[in-house]
Design a protein around this ligand. Structure first.
Ligand SMILES: Cc1cc2nc3c(=O)[nH]c(=O)nc-3n(C[C@H](O)[C@H](O)[C@H](O)COP(=O)(O)OP(=O)(O)OC[C@H]3O[C@@H](n4cnc5c(N)ncnc54)[C@H](O)[C@@H]3O)c2cc1C
Length: 378
């Protein structure tokens, strides 16, 4: 059976997670005809298991263009959220009141200040404050005595990430994007006039192809002369029953969702393609959450899961256009919620021929060619 339509799209997007959907939505806004191929429910899907932060503070330590890139997305986020609401009726519950990173000892506080002051020195306009316990308590009355201080930045926020995925899927399809669910791209064949993608169920053609398949990009990239050395990094998350509103700000490891439940989680583990939960990590996550907010000690937990982040060797995104096969692009990152607005509103126009955004040359996978051992960053 072939699913190839007679009118080929302009662009094939491989992967329908947050990255592929944001790019496809942006491409449709540019007037492109787009088909998205998305593997079935057996695929790995960070987009359905994440924490929902639109987070800026601390990001880009060691590569300040990443801080600029992330911030350019955060400032475009209100426009994206409003467009999704107008076009689909889906309210992704964007709130950007600023975010807190709690510290539990003097070393953490000093380390935090060092990281943020370095970024501020490099970037200039980079608002943040270091707060002592009393100053934190004045804004978040329920914090526990173990919190000795925090960094706060007005740049941070959060959304409901499942509503975001639904909003992007609905909006892109309303703009004519064809979403082929349950279709895995197995092979890409570059041709003189574009690309043929061989899926499990059919064959698809387009002048341009965008690799946005998360951890699947690693296998797809070599077909088009690209490199996407991404690997899994497991994160585990706990969710509580709904409780009365007590927390107006997102924090790095505890946030209260728009629906009232509390999410806990900030674990990072290198355990390969294993997305099982483990009791000891979940216990640690819960313990840290209760240290920050002792009043949550008896809250009932209703769900827990693990999901795999899409990590490059240095933790920064990979954006590339193939020199060997022009028209083939790779877009991959580990902050697909934060960067959704940049993907829709800055990466998509570039794919359609607009100048490359200034920050993007820093994120080519060519940076790994001569790299030794790298430490993942945020
Ligand atoms: C626990 C956790 C917490 C996180 N918290 C945050 C956060 O607070 N803020 C933030 O910004 N980011 C966060 N992230 C990261 C964020 O979820 C990811 O960056 C984002 O979901 C990546 O989206 P993606 O589309 O690249 O990948 P995925 O969601 O993995 O989607 C890839 C899609 O491609 C499909 N696919 C794969 N191979 C193929 C193929 N060959 N053919 C067709 N389809 C294919 C898959 O089925 C999948 O649907 C978190 C991640 C985790 C795991």
């Amino acid at each position: 059976m072939t699913l190839t339509s007679t009118a080929s799209p302009d662009v094939l997007v491989l992967g329908g997670g947050l990255v592929g959907s944001a790019v496809a939505y942006g491409l449709a806004r540019e007037g492109a005809r787009v088909t998205v191929l998305d593997e079935d429910d057996g695929g790995l899907r960070a987009s359905r298991g994440n924490f929902g932060l639109v987070w800026i503070q601390g990001k880009g330590y060691g590569l300040s263009p990443y801080a600029r890139w992330s911030r350019s997305s955060a400032t475009r986020w209100p426009g994206l959220a409003q467009a999704l609401l107008d076009e689909t009726g889906v309210d992704v519950a964007l709130r950007q009141p600023g975010g807190f990173h709690f510290c539990f000892n003097d070393n953490e506080l000093a380390e935090r200040d060092k990281r943020l002051s370095t970024l501020q020195a490099e970037l200039g306009d980079y608002p943040y404050q270091m707060l002592d316990a009393a100053e934190v308590r004045a804004r978040i009355p329920h914090i526990g005595p173990a919190v000795i201080g925090a960094s706060y930045s007005p740049m941070d926020g959060h959304v409901n990430p499942l509503k975001l995925l639904r909003g992007l899927h609905t909006a892109m399809q309303a703009r004519g994007v064809r979403l082929v669910s349950g279709e895995r791209a197995e092979r890409i064949e570059p041709q003189a006039q574009g690309f043929v993608v061989h899926g499990r169920r059919g064959t698809y053609r387009a002048a341009r192809v965008v690799l946005a398949a998360g951890l699947g990009n690693r296998a797809l990239a070599p077909f088009v002369g690209l490199d996407a050395p991404v690997a899994p990094n497991r994160g585990q998350v706990l969710v509580s029953e709904r409780v009365a509103r007590f927390l107006d700000y997102p924090t790095l490891n505890v946030r209260q969702t728009d629906e009232g439940s509390v999410q806990f989680g900030d674990s990072m583990e290198e355990v390969g393609f294993n997305d099982f939960t483990t009791t000891h990590v979940l216990t640690d996550i819960a313990r840290r959450g209760v240290r920050a907010f002792p009043m949550l000690q008896h809250v009932r937990l209703v769900r827990m899961w693990a999901a795999l982040r899409v990590y490059s060797p240095d933790g920064f995104p990979i954006y590339d256009h193939s020199a060997a096969h022009p028209g083939a692009f790779v877009v991959t990152c580990h902050s697909g919620v934060t960067l959704a607005a940049a993907h829709a509103l800055r990466v998509a126009p570039w794919i359609m021929g607009a100048p490359m955004p200034d920050e993007l040359p820093h994120f080519s996978a060519r940076r790994f060619e001569h790299a030794g051992e790298l430490t993942p960053a945020h």
